[in-house]
Design a protein around this ligand. Structure first.
Ligand code: CP
Ligand code: NVA
Length: 297
């Protein structure tokens, strides 16, 4: 059974197919008369709405569940919740704290599991990011993405996705917030990431400048320290000026305006953040269309 826990659960050819399916005007209604459970242990705007809409567009019925309602490992074990859900639904999407939770769901092997963000990755976001870059530049191969900030879940999935699609990935993070060596090992299985100390070096001549929050969900107690540690890693017009003249700015959102990025860039002419957010729905539809359709054959 195929699951989607990280973007390298897809081969390069499958990833290209998912991105193609995201743009098909009349996709096969692979979820007709079926449900998809969407479990959230953390807040969400884009992921919940894009997944719900994608399920509806594929003929299905989404059931959104807050983590507390099912009580993963408190009211009932992750495995037992998964088995119960398999009686009602064709797939489960889950936004969880630990990657091990989606792995345990997948091990039940009854229905496909989709990772809707965990501490390690955000593969649904990476699909939408690649879709956005592909449409902006009419292809992915040979483009350069410069990620400035925390080497977090979003950065990890984007780096792997870039490797799978021939996109050059550069990252600049302050000391203490860089990829661990095992992360780099995994990314190097598919690509050749460039690790820079200075944001300026990452951004120089890049096609895409990318930011995420300095303080991810669950790290709120560290926010003040992180604001100090990330000083000098804010994306402003000066930094954007070092990128390619055609460069675009992306951010997975939610943005912390005035921290990782200034309003002038977020709301400026190079920003594609709202297109990128809307692409979450198209990318989700493409992924589900593949996962519940072609991948099952
Ligand atoms: N980018 C993203 O996943 O947004 P939400 O947290 O609002 O779902
Ligand atoms: N890195 C962020 C992404 C939010 C979509 C977080 O995990 O909170």
């Amino acid at each position: 059974m195929r699951h989607f826990l990280e973007i390298d659960d897809l081969t390069p050819a499958e990833l290209a197919r998912v991105l193609d399916l995201a743009l098909v005007p009349d996709p096969t209604p692979v979820l007709a008369a079926k449900g998809m459970a969407l479990i959230f242990q953390k807040p969400s705007t884009r992921t919940r709405n894009s997944m719900e809409m994608a399920v509806v567009q594929l003929g299905g019925h989404p059931v959104c569940i807050q983590g507390d309602e099912v009580g993963l490992d408190t009211r009932e074990s992750v495995e037992d919740v998964t088995k119960a859900m398999a009686g009602f639904h064709a797939a489960i999407g889950a936004r969880v704290h630990q990657h091990s939770v989606v792995e345990r769901m997948a091990k039940v092997e009854q229905i496909p599991i989709v990772n809707l963000l965990c501490d390690e990755g955000h593969p649904m976001q990476a699909l939408a990011d690649l879709l956005t870059i592909r449409s902006e530049f009419d292809g992915l191969e040979g483009r350069t993405v410069a990620y400035v900030g925390d080497a977090n879940n979003v950065a990890r999935s984007l780096a792997i996705g870039a490797g799978l699609t021939g996109v050059q990935f550069r990252i600049a993070s302050p000391p203490g917030y860089q990829f661990a060596s095992e992360d780099l090992d995994r990314i190097r299985l598919v690509g050749e990431p460039t690790v820079c100390d200075r944001p300026e070096d990452a951004v120089a001549g890049a096609d895409v400048v990318y930011a995420d929050t300095w303080t991810s969900m669950g790290q709120e107690a560290e926010a003040a320290r992180r604001r100090r540690d990330f000083e000098g890693f804010q994306i402003d017009e000066r930094l954007m000026g070092l990128a390619s003249p055609e460069a675009i700015f992306l951010h997975c959102l939610p943005a912390h305006r005035g921290e990782e990025v200034v309003d002038e860039v977020l709301d400026g002419p190079r920003s594609r953040i709202w297109l990128q957010a809307a692409n979450r729905m198209h990318a989700a539809r493409g992924l589900l269309c593949w996962l519940l359709g072609e991948a099952q054959r």
